[in-house]
Structures are given as structure tokens and as C-alpha cells.
Design a protein around this ligand. Structure first.
Ligand SMILES: [Mg+2]
Length: 246
């Protein structure tokens, strides 16, 4: 089984399994993840599927388990559940994100993100474009922006929020996929809080759909495949908007 097929199979199995689980159990506290954030039941169920299916076929970098070095050239960068808080609260906007890379975000070759409640599948292979359920995606310029507000927002996002059509949905990988599909033209997280597990698949998906991905300071986003580094992100349909945000 090649790694692309493996990544697809893992993402689909996690999506199926989570849909079959009892929502009331999603938020049960399990312990502390490798990234220092709490692991809840639904994170654990999803990650266990991934780790078992990868076996020793690749290295794994996952949100709760950290880096599992199997001595392989490729690493599967996995966020078993992005948008855990949405899942726990019964808000139907959370997903699974898996990327295939080596050392850095910039060498990621493949990414898949599944919106678990809807079943929508976003994927991209480097140099081959990005697809939503087999339909080729293209970014669009439109005045609909996904922003991070509240505690993780800043003056720029709050100002922008008062003047535009805004969505703040709590799952970075999926919000970036909305930029890729043309549903929104911007996703902006101003604070350095996102890990590469949140971003690896969707950064490739946005770029392959013709969009641009920067850190919150306006440099093209790149980061090592580890959980230590945290970044903000600007994912945009065109570079013009970046000047307003940094
Ligand atoms: Mg997660």
C-alpha cells in the first residue's frame, strides 16, 4: 500500500469511526498530549486508529502522541481531530488532517482533510492541484473571511470583523480548506498558536488551489515537522490582503 492510499484510508476510517461514536463521550478527559494540551476521548479514539494503521510503514508526527520514529524517509503528519472543541460541544465543524512529508512543511507532498460531519474530502498532491470530492478547486476573491477572534484574535482581526462578512469556526485546517475551495478568500490566525499538525495538509491544499500561505508576519509559511514550533497563519486567495494584516 503506498502512503497516499494509506493516508486516505486512515482519514476515512477516522471519519467513519467518529461519526459512529456517541457524541456525549467526545469530551471525556483522557490525559495530556505530547503538545501539552488536554487529550479527550475523541482525540484518543481517532489517534489510536492512525497509529495502528501506520504501524511501521512511516514515521508519525501526531498531536497527542508526538513523533514516532520508525526510521523511515517519510513522516505522516496527523491531526486526528482538528476542532476538538467543536466536536465536544456538538458544533458540526471538525475534521481529520493528514499530510505526507519529510523534514519541513515545504517538502510536504500530499495532504488530505476530511470534514467529519459532512464527509467532504479535500486533498492535494504537490504539482497536481487540489480537489474537493474529486472536483478541482480554485481559490476565489470574495469578501468572506474566516478569522480568529476572541482570545486568539488581535486588533487587526477585531477591526476587520467590524467591517466585513466574517466566520470564526474553530478548526484551522477546515477553514483553510474553505479558502482553497473558494468558499472564503481568507483565513487569518494572528497568534503563534498553530502546530504543523494543524497546517501541514491544508497549506498544500491552499497552495495547490492557487492560494497563498504566510505566517502572521507575512513570510511564506514554512516550519519543521515537529510539535515545538507554533505559528500564526494567513491563507489567502491573493497576496494583496496580506498588507492589511501584518
Ligand atoms: Mg487535534
Amino acid at each position: 500500500m503506498d502512503l497516499v492510499k494509506l493516508a486516505d484510508a486512515i482519514a476515512k476510517k477516522i471519519a467513519r469511526k467518529v461519526r459512529s461514536e456517541d457524541v456525549a463521550k467526545f469530551g471525556e478527559y483522557i490525559g495530556m498530549g505530547a503538545d501539552g494540551t488536554e487529550t479527550v476521548y475523541i482525540d484518543k479514539v481517532a489517534e489510536d486508529i492512525a497509529i495502528k494503521m501506520v504501524g511501521e510503514k512511516a514515521n508519525v508526527l501526531s498531536e497527542e502522541a508526538g513523533f514516532i520514529d520508525n526510521g523511515k524517509k517519510y513522516t505522516l503528519v496527523i491531526d486526528p481531530i482538528d476542532g476538538t472543541k467543536n466536536a465536544m460541544n456538538g458544533i458540526p465543524f471538525y475534521g481529520v488532517s493528514i499530510a505526507i512529508g519529510k523534514e519541513r512543511l515545504s517538502d510536504v507532498e500530499y495532504g488530505i482533510v476530511i470534514n467529519i460531519p459532512t464527509g467532504d474530502i479535500y486533498k492535494a498532491k504537490k504539482g497536481n492541484g487540489a480537489f474537493l470530492n474529486e472536483r478541482k478547486m480554485k481559490v476565489e476573491d470574495k469578501p468572506v473571511y474566516c478569522l480568529s477572534l476572541g482570545k486568539s484574535g488581535n486588533e487587526k482581526t477585531w477591526k476587520m470583523a467590524s467591517q466585513n462578512t466574517i466566520r470564526a469556526m474553530g478548526a484551522a485546517s477546515l477553514e483553510m480548506c474553505l479558502v482553497a475551495s473558494g468558499a472564503a478568500s481568507l483565513y487569518f490566525m494572528p497568534r503563534d498558536v498553530l502546530r504543523v499538525t494543524d497546517l501541514a495538509a491544508s497549506s498544500l491544499i491552499v497552495r495547490e488551489a492557487g492560494g497563498f500561505v504566510y505566517d502572521a508576519h507575512g513570510s511564506p509559511l514554512d516550519m519543521p515537522l515537529n510539535l515545538e514550533k507554533r505559528s500564526g497563519v494567513i491563507a489567502a486567495s491573493n497576496p494583496k490582503i496580506v498588507g492589511e494584516l501584518i
